[in-house]
Design a protein around this ligand. Structure first.
Ligand SMILES: Nc1ncnc2c1ncn2[C@@H]1O[C@H](COP(=O)(O)OP(=O)(O)OP(=O)(O)O)[C@@H](O)[C@H]1O
Ligand SMILES: [Mg+2]
Length: 457
């Protein structure tokens, strides 16, 4: 259930305040009414407010001055100011301070309701626009997850089910580069939360002391650098998804705090005294073995059982080799577009090497290999010579590098060795003689001479 929007109303006139409060409550907003500026500042320190509705005439300071002070604490809070008729200067200054709208007294009930509604909607829209902007250059649906292996298809089936469900917590495990973040984003994009925020944080990249305020936010003055109030990821992602990457690296203290968020979907900003309720789906990911981490007491078991209600395991690329050609083709198209190239595919031999390589860095490594080949060297087709040397050396078929030769005890005919090496070089170079010559560190004439000698020509 999405929480009610909180409106804080300040009006010196108690009776009028009551009336406005009743009017807005009827529209489904949660309204608090106070009667002077001091009370507003106090409330803002302790509570979550989505909209501040200010009457310009207050007993302690003017409404405009109040807005100025509020802006010093929170630059983003939505404010509507109600001003006396004929107060152009106040209006101009208020708008300069980023007030959403100035309404003239006496104001009409319908106009007030409409404006409040619009202000809150704009707030929501702003968040959605930010969300769209951050993902507009890359589209993250399930169809962007490439692969047709049984293992991957099973994972995709699970993702579809999760996305459609109301399941609140998901844990994605897999080696580095297997697509954990891609999957997390796909779940978000395919869910009913898609047009709300997706907020990601890498728990191992943020220093422990900062992580809490990144996640939960902080009140103004909570610590030396907290000059203004800041909302944390959980609050910003209300209605959407929070992605906690590398959760296995989270410190024990943060683990306890996160546990509470997971259990109650509530937390306090650093330095805050009020619980904030949010509706977020929490997707965690890790490349660490959490069961082992639990045994070593580096990861709390109660947290593990909470985050792992729905586990997804992404298989390493070497366990779904049939996806390699598809992925390679996908990345070739992708980098063709990116770099304006027209590479038309991959040679048989190069594909063979890609299929046999163990891919310790998984899909990210494959993507990098293709990117490098396309930027640096290849023109029409991706060939063996465009692949990193270490890779070519590691795969079967080429592993008998000259330095590893062992002379068999019964001896060998050196010409057989030479013939075999020339055969392999020509195969690797796919018949291209100058490339084969390069592989053997021979001149083209020297290669031709040998090819003739061994009847290759
Ligand atoms: N199945 C897939 N189809 C297409 N692209 C993929 C696939 N899996 C991963 N990728 C791409 O590979 C790269 C690495 O994926 P991602 O960042 O999701 O991996 P990760 O598991 O989060 O890695 P790490 O543990 O290193 O953070 C990304 O550029 C992603 O787009
Ligand atoms: Mg990642």
């Amino acid at each position: 259930m999405v929480r009610k929007r909180q409106v804080l109303l300040v009006d010196e006139d108690r009776i009028r305040g009551q009336a406005v409060m009743a009017l807005l409550e009827e529209q489904g907003f949660a309204v608090t009414c106070v009667h002077n500026a001091q009370a507003v500042l106090k409330r803002l320190d302790a509570e979550v407010v989505d909209l501040l509705l200010v009457d310009h005439q207050l007993p302690d300071i003017s409404g405009l001055e109040l807005v100025r002070r509020v802006r010093g604490q929170d630059e983003t809070l939505n404010v509507i100011l109600i001003v006396p008729a004929h107060s152009t200067d106040t209006v101009v200054e208020a708008l300069r301070l980023g007030v959403f709208e100035c309404l003239k007294r006496p104001c009409d009930a319908d106009e007030l309701i409409l404006t409040v509604g619009r202000a809150l909607e704009t707030d929501q829209l702003k968040r959605q626009v930010e969300q769209l902007r951050s993902s507009s250059d890359r589209d993250y649906g399930i169809d962007k997850i490439i692969g047709n292996s049984r293992a991957l298809r099973q994972v995709l089936e699970v993702i579809r089910k999760i996305a459609r469900s109301e399941a609140g917590t998901v844990l994605i495990q897999g080696e580095s580069g297997t697509g954990k973040e891609l999957v997390a984003r796909a779940i978000h994009c395919e869910s009913s939360r898609a047009n709300q925020a997706f907020m990601a944080i890498n728990c191992s990249a943020v220093p422990e002391t900062l992580l809490e305020s990144e996640l939960m936010g902080h009140e103004k003055g909570a610590f030396t650098d907290a000059k203004v109030l800041k909302k944390g990821l959980f609050e910003l992602a209300d209605g959407g998804t929070v992605f906690l990457d590398e959760i296995g690296d989270m410190s024990p203290t943060m683990q306890v705090k996160l546990l509470r968020v997971l259990e109650e979907r509530a937390f306090r900003r650093v330095g805050g005294i009020r619980d904030i309720q949010v509706d977020v789906r929490i997707i965690s990911a890790t490349n660490r073995d959490l069961v082992r981490a639990m045994e070593e007491e580096a990861f709390r078991s109660d947290l593990y059982y909470r985050i792992g209600v729905i586990p997804i395991h992404l298989p390493p690329l070497r366990e779904r080799r049939e996806d390699i050609p598809l992925l390679a083709e996908h990345f070739i198209q992708y980098f063709n577009r990116e770099f304006g190239k027209q590479v038309r595919g991959i040679s048989r031999m190069a594909e063979k090497i890609l299929l046999e390589y163990p891919w310790p860095g998984n899909i990210r490594e494959l993507k990098n290999v293709i990117e490098r080949a396309i930027i640096l060297e290849c023109e029409e087709r991706l060939l063996v010579e465009h692949l990193p040397r270490e890779m070519v050396g590691k795969t079967v078929g080429c592993q008998a590098g000259p330095l590893n030769f062992r002379l068999p005890p019964e001896g060998i005919d050196i010409e057989d060795v030479e013939r075999e090496l020339i055969r392999q070089a020509l195969e690797l170079a796919e018949g291209n003689q100058s490339r084969a010559a390069k592989l053997l560190n021979l001149g083209i004439d020297a290669l031709r001479y040998r090819m003739k000698k061994f009847d290759f020509l």
